[in-house]
Design a protein around this ligand. Structure first.
Ligand SMILES: CC(C)(COP(=O)(O)OP(=O)(O)OC[C@H]1O[C@@H](n2cnc3c(N)ncnc32)[C@H](O)[C@@H]1OP(=O)(O)O)[C@@H](O)C(=O)NCCC(=O)NCCS
Length: 214
């Protein structure tokens, strides 16, 4: 088996994840991307088309990182990778601070300056972006994206697939549902339901609004 990592994605998020993995001493051998991708991403050769996932698996690669911002697509492509026999690796900055009592799943990205505090649980495929704070006893669902500089107080729960926009704040004990969107800069002081989009200070749910963010 080859130790180098195969990455799905070749965009801006992939660039950050390649640098996280390099900071961990890892090597990304190939990026796999859709049509219109550049030939290389931070010096990593890009192969176009999901078929390359199977080809590279046959060539002996078995470590995968899915660097796609859209949560649903990230989940789907990770599932494809699992089916082909890949192991999902994590990309965690050496400059993130993660409590020894926190539990972190597979396929997770934790960027520089992020803090995950005691007894929090970060499920598979989550992104804890640059400088985000997840305080104690939080539950972060599968394929959630906690945006840069967002801050979650203690005992906050975020359902699968939700996106918390850059710089939002969430007070203690709040429950955010699945596939919800919290707008940039929002301050969440009450629970937010599944698939709701909430913006502002304090955060209010936008009516009749649906965002396909992943
Ligand atoms: C909330 C959000 C998803 C809505 O995007 P959208 O579906 O394109 O919505 P629109 O731009 O049509 O805005 C709808 C309304 O909400 C308001 N609104 C949108 N985002 C807002 C925000 N962050 N704060 C306050 N109001 C906001 C708009 O002004 C608009 O109000 P109006 O109807 O009175 O004019 C988006 O604005 C946002 O904040 N995304 C965060 C993205 C992010 O941080 N990602 C992390 C990347 S690393």
């Amino acid at each position: 088996m080859r130790r180098e990592i195969v990455m799905v994605g070749a965009g801006g998020h992939a660039k950050v994840c390649i640098e996280l993995l390099r900071a961990m001493g890892e090597t990304v051998a190939f990026c796999i991307a859709g049509a219109n991708a550049t030939e290389s991403c931070l010096g990593v050769p890009v192969r176009v088309g999901d078929d390359h996932l199977a080809d590279l698996r046959e060539a002996g690669y078995n470590r995968l990182f899915v660097a796609i911002g859209d949560g649903r697509l990230r989940d789907r492509l990770a599932g494809l990778g699992n089916t082909l026999g890949y192991e999902l690796v994590n990309a965690v900055s050496p400059n993130a601070v993660i409590s020894p009592s926190a539990v972190v799943g597979a396929g997770v990205a934790i960027m520089a300056g992020a803090v995950v505090n005691a007894d929090s649980v970060i499920a598979d495929l989550a992104i804890i972006n640059t400088g985000a704070v997840v305080d104690h006893d939080c539950r972060i669902g599968r394929a959630v994206h906690i945006g840069p500089q967002s801050a979650l107080a203690g005992n906050v729960s975020v359902g699968d697939g939700s996106l918390l926009g850059i710089g939002c704040k969430v007070i203690p004990e709040i429950v955010i549902g699945e596939y919800a969107v919290i707008g940039a800069g929002a301050v969440v002081i009450s629970d937010i339901g599944d698939r709701a989009t909430a913006v502002g200070v304090p955060a209010r749910v936008l009516t009749m609004h649906r965002v396909d963010h992943g």
